[in-house]
Write a protein that binds this ligand. Structure first.
Ligand code: EPZ
Length: 436
């Protein structure tokens, strides 16, 4: 098992490069099985979730070659012949559930495990299932597996209104609808950049889609799609995380350059909140420059669907606000109990109180290094951010959570002046042998 050991007190400086988007890479990989032949994906991050998804594709019969140095992936779906996504993989990573739409779209049948539990919240898939039925699928449950069939081997198409505008359900319905016999309409669709970029790949494969980025998406089914070469977009959540890291741990007045970025994907709410902290920043083609201030203003936020404040940045914002000149309130309206990291932050002298789906954070408080435990992807990176400004050493344990969504984080932070090491450790040392 690995952990990060962070020696606090160094300023973050220089440059932080952003990797390809995790939450866009996964649906791009799913789309590849809609076309026989080899799809080439570029700017794919070297992450645990990408490795897991590649494994799902191999089980279906696809051949997947990934060059983590070049961030390029070749997926040949010509021999996909086993329409099943097993529990062992779906339970590890919910996005494997995209195989439901992809297999229905490719072969008119699918057997996909239900995702099961998650570190926070109920995360149901009722909208995915009801949506597939609206497109003409027959859906059954068998031993924890969703068994889906398109009568006559091909979906008819149909209309479905989402509530809430689920990212995952929008993506799954698009995967199924693009090769349906007729036309489909997704109402109250998700508008996240991940969905738009994924939809653009489908269009380049030959799909007929109108309305990406709006709440109404119209799809005209086509008989076949073709494999293409497609470049993934930079990770907007990693970008937001790095902007917060720079604002918290950079030397006031010194510029930090965040490269390979897509600032246009951040969404107004985050950009507005970041500006109100008093941190100076500017956007350019493919980059963001941040100039930290020593007077961080407290800014309360409320998460919402895009272009609202991303729930995937609320844990990071919570830690940012511990360095503000006053108190603030963070409200998560998407996942009402995504606060498993708060008790760990308490161990680092953070004063934050969870009340329902809100956390009230006290500012002006020094953070102290401690041994802390990762609980989930974004919760774990918030502990790393706290470690950047902590007095003394911070040991962030179980960083396999972090490896799911942040590529080579310790390498990027070290190159930017932070004293951080990845260290292997044993969680529960062997009990002393009684007889010794
Ligand atoms: C995606 O999850 C992201 N995951 C999540 O990021 C992100 O937090 C989430 O969107 C919201 O932005 C990936 O892209 C792989 P949703 P997803 O369906 O698709 C409810 C990270 O840290 N809902 O938009 O699962 C649901 O309970 C991850 O990278 C239903 O009620 O999210 C939630 O309250 C974590 N029924 C809301 O919709 C359904 O059938 C939004 O969920 C589906 C969802």
């Amino acid at each position: 098992m690995d952990k990060f050991v962070i020696y606090g007190g160094n300023y973050l400086e220089g440059e932080l490069p952003v990797s390809g988007s995790k939450n866009t890479a996964l649906p791009l990989m799913a789309a590849s099985i809609l076309a026989d032949g080899t799809t080439v994906l570029e700017n794919i991050p070297n992450l645990q979730d990408v490795t897991t998804f590649a494994h799902v594709l191999r089980i279906l019969g696809a051949s997947v070659q990934f060059d983590p140095k070049e961030h390029r992936m070749h997926i040949d779906a010509s021999r996909v012949n086993f329409p099943e996504a097993p529990y062992e993989l779906v339970k590890k990573m919910r996005a494997s559930f995209y195989m439901l739409g992809a297999l229905l779209g490719r072969a008119g049948s699918a057997r996909v495990s239900l995702p099961g539990g998650c570190a926070w919240g109920p995360r149901p898939v009722n909208l995915h299932l009801e949506g597939m039925k609206a497109l003409g699928a027959e859906i059954d449950l068998d031993q924890g597996y969703v068994v889906a069939k398109a009568p006559g081997g091909r979906l008819t198409g149909g209309t479905f209104a989402l509530d809430p505008p689920s990212v995952g359900a929008t993506i799954n319905l698009l995967l199924a609808a693009v090769t349906a016999r007729g036309s489909s309409r997704i109402e109250n669709a998700a508008r996240e950049p991940d969905v738009i970029v994924f939809g653009e790949m489908l269009q380049q494969m030959g799909a007929k889609i109108e309305g990406l980025g709006s709440t109404i998406i119209e799809i005209e089914g086509v008989d076949a799609l073709k494999p293409i070469t497609f470049k993934n977009t930079p990770d907007r959540i990693e970008l937001g995380t790095f902007m917060i890291a720079a604002a918290m741990a950079g030397r006031p007045g010194d510029l930090i350059h965040i490269s390979n970025a897509a600032p246009e994907h951040l969404g107004e709410a985050f950009v507005d909140a970041f500006a109100r902290t008093g941190t100076k920043f500017s956007f350019g083609p493919g980059y963001v420059d941040v100039i930290p201030t020593d007077e961080i203003q407290p800014v309360s936020i409320e998460t919402a669907v895009y272009p609202g404040f991303p729930t995937d940045l609320q844990a990071q914002w919570t830690v940012f606000m511990t360095q503000a000149k006053g108190n603030s309130r963070i409200t998560d309206t998407i996942y009402t109990d995504r606060f498993a990291h708060i008790p760990e932050l308490h161990r680092m002298n953070v004063n934050a109180i969870v009340v329902g789906n809100q956390v009230v954070v006290a500012g002006n408080r020094p953070i102290k290094g401690a041994y802390v435990m990762s609980t989930d992807l974004r919760g774990s990176v918030s502990l790393v951010l706290a470690g950047l400004v902590a007095e003394g050493e911070t040991h962030v344990q179980r960083i396999y959570h972090l490896d799911r969504g942040y590529e080579n984080l310790e390498g990027k932070l070290s190159a930017a002046g932070i004293a951080v090491q990845r260290v292997a450790y044993q969680e529960f040392p062997d009990p002393v042998n009684e007889t010794a």
